[in-house]
Write a protein that binds this ligand. Structure first.
Ligand code: IMP
Length: 197
């Protein structure tokens, strides 16, 4: 069976990714299988740049095909912020709660019609000795005025998926994956892996 290393230290993401790639007939390895590896800094200005940087670093270190994602939330009213800074929106090492609190503060008084946002996810796949290939998933929604739901991670309690009228944190993992930026990108990645591996 072909091996693929998932280049993420985020356990919640790794679980979502492994579930979605389970029918891809691959032996999935995580960074826990490579204890000496140190993830490079995500200092690029685009999701694509960061995803490629991580996948290249992991493939070079392991000598194996690697897959990395970079994702985040772009809020229309904030001109696309927090974007690539989503994980550290309220400062380096900030918690999901702190990031969500800052987002609510920045959107204080902004009416629902102007609270549009999207989650974006770019996945990069790197085979040793080959150039990176990327796929993208986008999911549009709206930022809630109060946090709702207990599931998921990150901005999920504030991201209302319009079709259902509930936040990602109120959806099951399976329901979220069917419509989420990461789910869309992963299904594209799965098709790409079938072609290139
Ligand atoms: P990354 O690990 O550099 O891709 O950072 C992504 C950050 O964007 C996370 O730490 C979250 O704050 C946010 N994010 C990305 N995807 C999601 C999602 O599916 N739900 C909630 N927040 C997300």
């Amino acid at each position: 069976m072909k091996k693929l290393v998932l280049a993420t230290n985020n356990q919640a993401k790794a679980i979502e990714i492994m579930a979605l790639l389970s029918n891809c007939k691959l032996q999935l390895l995580s960074l826990q299988d490579f204890p000496g590896f140190k993830m490079p800094e995500e200092d690029c200005t685009t999701f694509t740049g960061n995803a490629i940087k991580k996948a290249v670093a992991v493939s070079n270190f392991t000598g194996l095909p690697a897959m990395a994602d970079d994702s985040g939330l772009e809020v229309d009213f904030l001109g696309g912020r927090p974007g690539v800074h989503s994980a550290r929106y309220a400062g380096i090492g900030s918690s999901d709660g702190e990031n969500n609190a800052l987002l609510l503060k920045e959107l204080d008084g902004v009416p629902p019609a102007k609270r549009g946002a999207c989650f974006k996810c770019v996945i990069a796949i790197v085979l040793p000795g080959s150039a990176a290939k990327t796929v993208e998933g986008i999911c549009r929604g709206r930022i809630a005025e109060v946090a709702q739901g207990k599931g998921g991670f990150g901005y999920d309690p504030l991201f209302i998926y319009e079709e259902e009228g509930i936040t990602f944190a109120q959806m099951t993992g399976t329901a979220k994956s069917k419509v989420s930026h990461r789910g869309i990108a992963l299904r594209k990645a799965c098709n790409l892996l079938k072609e290139i591996l």
